[in-house]
Design a protein around this ligand. Structure first.
Ligand SMILES: [Zn+2]
Length: 741
């Protein structure tokens, strides 16, 4: 097992790089290799890596696999992907292009724009088309369907015509060369004089989406014209911003919404890596938002009151700028920013923000309502997490990734078919009795939503830079093809359901370190066998376990990590809690507009497990009942009103039917008497249990939390209580949740 490097390690990497030489010379001209036209006949055939991919910088200790090297297997993830593939295959291309053609003075062929924010007069129009390009490019990389490639080529060709027409006759007058958008260049001019939203919306945000879609069409599907169009757009960005004074740029980026530029710095850095043009890197740095960048580099948390999704992608861009410049503050800012969001501002589903805004650090219980967790923000936090992992292999990054992917992203796609709506969420409420609202054609979350469900495979596996190690980050059913190593590895898994995961070497072999992620929730054991033989490796939750050996075709690794029912408390109110089954957020189904109140300890037996209070529902895997309510996995995406948080009430010290009548007082630092007691479970016998109660009640007395009489009543109740047998004597219910060792 390798110990993940600390945050300082990232800084050391940064310092080392800066000392070496800057800028880093790893840009490369694209090879413009044409992709294969159809899926290989042999499903296990090893495909060549995409020749047009963005070059990987030497600063990455770990690298991703191309989207087409990992195939998602059967299961919930594939089902949600298939729903989005229908949309990618069917949605009329002319409707996507209508706003671009109208702006360029070209025939719209009678097509209506998609709607939502993507209308003929919407000030963000064009952004959805950018996302749609990415959707189709990802869908093609995944499926290699010729019809998807044809749609992509049609989109790119039409955008090229628009770019040319805008330069020639434009709207309202010829635009500057390279300009491409679905509205006049005026929005960009107005931003330079600090015009605010909603007179203009977010011009560079739209520009980013279009450029990213074009680069994805190039890197994922080999469309060379897309790179040419994007490169001209990059030239145009440089011509607009390259000469502006720093102070003017800073003021532009500080404007709410209007100054929102998505990941312009990221896409310009990627463009630079593909074209080798210095202007593109210079333009990327024009997007430095210095006040926040410097604060985060110094680990000063000034996020409260800022727009969440306006800022998250900026930090992914800073990481890319670190890759190119070696400037340490970019990397430090990204790492520190992640820490300000992923822990203290994250709801149990992995999302952040209330009404799109960052609230005070740790304000979770205080901010629960029907407008939490904008789905775009999680899309961008996942991107940032994986980019950070390329630099620093900290298991916490992938713990967050798993949480956000499983409980927010997977839950954001409604379980219905549609060819005219992406059917995805915008906000996801975390307050009591709320409901998810889907659709979102033409909105930001509709755009990122289209992307989310067609790239589930992008972080399941990573490889070390030297090719000697394979990281298994997520336990999703999938097949990895790794051509440089001649390896094909298949993972069978029912994830997110509980069960054994099996990795089988279908082709290839040789010496390889297999790094298996041990999730932080895996506190009920994590066992690994290779060809049936139990491995004696240390498996600490929240780390990676390494299996080093020479692998052969047919080798099988079986991984078992039983799920347990567990609760997580809000940092600002420990009585506001969510319940999880392993990694899976369970929500209580109820339209009640107030918090539901749950008490669990009174039902505890000597094993002291939530499975004493929360029972599995007959015939419905992953569903439970408690307090007369159904608890359902949140990724089941329907129109049922739910409670992701409940109020925990344990007011009196009670053991089964024995009520001591003594208040269950808490220490200042948080835990109540019963919290502290049951943290010591399981108890092998009643005698062990009574001894623990006696000792802890003595502590509560010495700290002034119990009177002598109260201590005695608590001990008497424990002596009288009948909490069944300890787990050592066998427990019929242990198998129900499969959660006990
Ligand atoms: Zn959004």
């Amino acid at each position: 097992m390798s110990r993940p490097p600390t945050r300082r390690a990232l800084l050391r990497i940064a310092v080392g790089t800066a000392a070496a030489a800057a800028p880093l010379a790893y840009t490369a001209r694209p090879t413009h290799a044409a992709p294969t036209g159809a899926a290989p006949a042999d499903p296990l055939a090893v495909r060549a890596a995409a020749a047009s991919a963005v070059p990987v910088p030497p600063t990455w200790g770990v690298r991703p696999f191309a989207l087409d090297q990992v195939t998602i297997g059967d299961g919930v993830f594939r089902h949600k992907r298939d729903l989005m593939l229908e949309y990618a295959r069917s949605y009329p291309v002319d409707r996507i292009l209508a706003v671009f053609r109208a702006n360029a003075g070209l025939d719209t062929r009678g097509a209506r724009p998609p709607g939502g924010w993507e209308t003929s007069d919407g000030n963000l129009r064009g952004h959805y088309g950018g996302h749609f390009l990415t959707l189709v490019a990802q869908a093609y990389a995944d499926t290699r369907e010729a019809a998807l490639k044809a749609r992509l080529d049609q989109l790119v060709g039409a955008l090229g015509e628009c770019q040319r027409a805008l330069a020639e006759h434009g709207s309202p007058r010829p635009s500057h060369p390279g300009y491409l958008a679905a509205y006049p260049e005026t929005q960009f001019v107005l931003l330079e004089s600090y015009t605010t939203y909603p007179t203009i919306w977010a011009p560079y945000y739209t520009c980013h989406k279009i450029m990213r879609g074009l680069l994805d069409a190039h890197t994922l599907a080999g469309n060379t014209q897309a790179l040419d169009i994007a490169s001209k757009m990059g030239d145009w960005v440089h011509s607009r911003l390259g000469h502006l004074p720093r102070a003017q740029l800073e003021r532009m980026w500080s404007i709410y919404i209007a100054g929102e530029y998505g990941g312009m710095n990221e896409v310009m850095a990627d463009l630079h890596a593909l074209t080798g043009r210095e202007e593109h890197l210079t333009a990327a740095r024009c997007f430095d938002n210095t006040a926040l960048l410097d604060a985060c580099a110094e680990d000063r948390d000034i996020l409260e009151g800022r727009h969440a999704n306006q800022h998250i992608p900026q930090f992914t861009g800073y990481l890319r700028l670190f890759d190119h410049t070696g400037e340490e503050r970019y990397a430090a800012a990204a790492r520190n920013f992640w820490g300000m969001v992923a822990g203290p501002r994250t709801y149990s589903l992995g999302g952040t923000g209330q009404g799109e805004m960052f609230r005070a650090r740790g304000a979770i219980a205080a901010t629960l309502d029907d407008k939490n967790a904008e789905t775009c923000a999680t899309y961008n936090m996942l991107k940032l997490s994986r980019q950070l992992f390329f630099h620093e292999q900290d298991a916490a990054l992938m713990d967050y990734y798993e949480r956000g992917l499983t409980n927010h992203i997977l839950a954001s796609r409604k379980d219905v078919r549609s060819t005219d709506s992406p059917e995805v969420t915008y906000f996801v409420g975390m307050g009591p009795g709320v409901v998810r609202e889907y659709d979102n054609t033409g909105t930001c979350c509709g755009g990122t939503g289209m992307e989310n469900h067609t790239k589930y495979q992008d972080s399941v596996y990573f490889r070390s830079a030297d090719g000697n190690a394979l990281y298994v980050n997520l336990y999703l059913a999938s097949t990895l093809r790794w051509p440089e190593r001649g390896l094909v590895i298949e993972q069978s898994s029912d994830y997110p359901a509980e069960g054994v995961r099996t990795l089988t070497f279908r082709a290839g072999g040789g010496r390889l370190d297999l790094r298996l992620r041990v999730p932080s929730w895996a506190t009920a054991g994590f066992t690994v066998t290779v060809n049936g033989i139990r491995q004696r490796a240390e498996a600490t939750p929240g780390s990676y376990l390494t299996l080093s050996r020479r692998w052969r075709r047919g080798d099988q690794v079986r991984i078992s990590a039983p799920y347990r029912l567990r609760v997580e408390s809000a940092p600002d109110d420990p009585t506001v809690q969510s319940v999880f089954y392993g990694p899976v957020l369970l929500v209580a189904q109820s339209p009640d507009p107030g918090f539901r109140v749950f008490s669990f300890y009174k039902d505890f037996t000597l094993r002291g497990d939530l499975a004493d209070s929360i029972a599995p529902e007959e015939g419905r895997p992953m569903h439970f009942t408690t307090h007369g309510l159904t608890l359902a996995p949140f990724h089941v995406a329907d129109d049922t009103r739910y409670h992701a948080y409940f109020k925990r009430a344990e007011p009196v010290v009670v053991f089964g039917t024995r009520d001591s009548g003594v208040p269950n007082r808490a220490r200042d630092t948080g835990p109540t008497f019963l919290d502290a007691l049951w943290a010591r479970a399981p108890f092998a016998t009643s005698g062990h249990f009574v001894r623990a109660v006696r000792a802890l009640a003595g502590t509560w007395l010495s700290e002034g939390l119990f009177s002598r009489a109260e201590r005695d009543r608590v001990i008497a109740a424990a002596v009288d209580a009948d909490l069944g047998h300890g787990p050592a004597h066998g427990d019929e219910r242990a198998g129900s949740g499969g959660s006990l060792e």
